[in-house]
Design a protein around this ligand. Sequence first.
Ligand SMILES: NC(=O)C1=CN([C@@H]2O[C@H](COP(=O)(O)OP(=O)(O)OC[C@H]3O[C@@H](n4cnc5c(N)ncnc54)[C@H](O)[C@@H]3O)[C@@H](O)[C@H]2O)C=CC1
Ligand SMILES: Nc1nc(O)c(N)c(N[C@@H]2O[C@H](COP(=O)(O)O)[C@@H](O)[C@H]2O)n1
Length: 230
Amino acid sequence: MERPFTFINSAMSADGKISTKKRKQVKISGKTDFDRVDELRASSDAVMVGIGTVLADDPSLTVKSEERRRRRVSEGKEENPARIVVDSKARIPLTADVFKKGVGKRIVVVSKSAPSDKVEALKAKADVIVAGGEEVDLPVMSGELKKRGIDRLMVEGGATLNWAMTRAGLVDEISVFVGNLIIGGKTAPTFMDGEGISERSEAIELDLEKCERMDEGVVLTWRVRSSGSK
Ligand SMILES: NC(=O)C1=CN([C@@H]2O[C@H](COP(=O)(O)OP(=O)(O)OC[C@H]3O[C@@H](n4cnc5c(N)ncnc54)[C@H](O)[C@@H]3O)[C@@H](O)[C@H]2O)C=CC1
Ligand SMILES: Nc1nc(O)c(N)c(N[C@@H]2O[C@H](COP(=O)(O)O)[C@@H](O)[C@H]2O)n1
């Protein structure tokens, strides 16, 4: 099934953590990197996060630069890319910032196990896609997004969704800002959590595309070697 070109962008500490042991958001990126991320959002058709990120950070996922929002409008697009939350059980609060802030489409992807009253309530705020039985079926979701005209999809975490999307062969490219700090803590989320591998042969292979020094850190861009067919 056809799917969007999909890339993950994240910011991690030098020891691979993306937030604290209390799952509290930390500023890892510097000013230049936040600007790079804003451009990535502005040039995408959609920005996606998992429900864990919404519950932890309550992000708005909007394009911050007014100039970039204007550019999108001059190209016939909405000010912000579609904002997508992967949320099997429809746990997203109706008051989440992703609904409150900025103009543009919202999509919540739930599974059949989501309570129907909450799904109905969400329909007033977002386009609701149902994919999968217990948890969201990510390949089905990707196909549905493509059908809705999403050709370029940016995934902004968190740890569980990054792993699940990559393991499912749905990710083409990964960029990660590695900042000049150590967070530590064995329970702090890492760039990719999920189930992980037991053997080297199960590893997801990458090809390094670019390595640039930025702010007080570095941005690494990788191609995923054997991602699923588009
Ligand atoms: N530094 C950075 O760039 C970023 C850091 N974060 C941090 O990441 C943490 C949140 O990460 P997580 O708790 O791992 O949550 P997450 O944002 O990865 O969401 C995971 C949830 O998605 C749902 N889900 C639905 N279908 C799924 C499927 N098929 N496979 C996997 N998950 C599915 C599940 O409920 C799962 O618990 C927060 O602490 C946040 O601050 C989040 C985004 C970016
Ligand atoms: N790129 C990047 N660098 C950091 O240092 C970060 N802490 C994050 N966090 C991500 O940004 C989201 C916030 O988005 P809004 O500003 O609310 O639009 C947050 O949820 C993380 O996904 N990213």
